[in-house]
Design a protein around this ligand. Structure first.
Ligand SMILES: NC(=O)c1ccc[n+]([C@@H]2O[C@H](COP(=O)([O-])OP(=O)(O)OC[C@H]3O[C@@H](n4cnc5c(N)ncnc54)[C@H](O)[C@@H]3O)[C@@H](O)[C@H]2O)c1
Length: 348
């Protein structure tokens, strides 16, 4: 891999500015953010000036043709992930695409196939995998301390946490609401800990009860008049290996806590909760709970992006793989379909 590694950014909004660009720039001299592209050129120019990025574009294709980039971060609304990731892979770039992978399973599959054809890295912005607690629990699981994981449960709930910025409430641009925005992080974390088993059946329900009216906005004032996504999603997923997962996420719901998130995994030798981490086991004729005395504080987004760079340098695949991208997209699509029909959906 030639150095410095030349990075391009597509989409100059919140996550590009708060996570991707600063994290590439904090890596050091071996990595340079060369260009940023945004369909609104003013935003690209403003971002380039703020972060001292040499080139700004309004058309990512032109950026890809002119800049001989090694890698691209896709930080646009979900509707554009697949086409832009595929264009970047075809231009010979490694790709870090924000979550969720795409809008449909078909798109996620095309992205995976293009990455295989190009022989380039394709990975996704599932940064919770880089949280120290998740890393520790993964070591417990890989060390067989919990035995066979056969059940999991996740939630990521906000009482009034509908984002008041960006396009998070726009179904056409994002494909959904709380399920694909905050909920998907917990879903990915649980699947990762379970070994990303192959999904078999999904039963889901979604609700739109609060987002379409004005109310208390703990994450800013949202555009309730154009709110077109679900504010609650719930589901049950069974997997081919016999395990199962229960899922819930909310942008807004009438519940006690303002915000809470949790992943629980249950194995035949032990169980665990995350956020915070607690391990439950039966040992030496008694029941034992284990909690860490110290948890490192870190910026998981920065770790994810630095890991992406390391994987380019050392020719490795990052933690989140294209085939996992397809699997999580299968679950998302099936959950929405099930919510629409009221029937469980089988995944082939
Ligand atoms: N990993 C995380 O925790 C996390 C957090 C926030 C957002 N995200 C993801 O990041 C992506 C972007 O979210 P955001 O919060 O930065 O949104 P944002 O609205 O702040 O930024 C998106 C940017 O893309 C630009 N854009 C829109 N359409 C475009 C197109 N066709 N081509 C080029 N630029 C275009 C917009 O003008 C805007 O500048 C989404 O996929 C979202 O799910 C991930």
């Amino acid at each position: 891999m030639p150095q410095p590694i030349r990075i391009g950014i597509i989409g100059a909004g919140g996550i590009a500015r708060s996570a991707h660009i600063p994290s590439y720039q904090s890596y050091g001299q071996d990595v340079q953010v060369i260009a940023v592209s945004n369909h609104n050129k003013d935003k690209a120019v403003e971002c380039a000036e703020e972060f001292s990025i040499p080139y700004a574009y309004e058309n990512e294709q032109q950026m890809l043709e002119e800049q001989n980039l090694d890698a691209v971060s896709i930080c646009t609304p979900n509707k554009f992930h697949a086409s832009q990731a595929i264009a970047a892979l075809q231009a010979g770039c490694h790709v870090l695409c924000e979550k969720p992978p795409a809008m449909t399973v078909e798109e996620a599959e095309k992205m995976m196939l293009e990455a295989e054809r190009a022989g380039k890295i394709l990975t996704y912005g599932f940064h919770f995998r880089f949280q120290p607690e998740v890393e520790t629990l993964k070591k417990y699981i890989d060390g067989h301390e919990l035995g066979e994981i056969y059940a999991a449960q996740t939630h990521y709930n906000r009482r009034r946490g509908i984002p008041g910025w960006g396009v998070f409430t726009n179904k056409e641009l994002q494909g959904g609401g709380t399920l694909i925005d905050n909920g998907v992080h917990m879903l990915d974390t649980a699947l990762y800990l379970m070994g990303y088993p192959k999904p078999k059946t999904v039963l889901g329900a979604t609700y739109q009860k609060i987002g379409q009216r004005q109310g208390v906005g703990l994450m800013g004032e949202w555009d309730y008049e154009n709110f077109s996504v679900e504010d609650m999603a719930r589901g049950m997923i069974t997997f081919e290996n016999g395990s199962s997962l229960m899922f819930e996420s909310t942008f807004a719901a009438n519940q006690e806590e303002l915000s809470s998130k949790k992943v629980s995994v249950i194995g035949d030798e032990g169980g665990a909760d995350l956020f915070p981490l607690k391990i439950f086991q039966e040992k030496y004729d008694t029941l034992v709970d284990t909690t860490p005395a110290y948890v490192e504080k870190r910026d998981a987004n920065e770790y994810l992006i630095h890991d992406f760079v390391e994987c380019m340098i050392h020719d490795k695949q990052p933690l989140s793989t294209p085939s996992e991208g397809v699997r999580i997209q299968q679950i998302i699509q099936a959950l929405y379909e099930s919510a629409k029909t009221g029937e469980a959906v089988n995944i082939n």
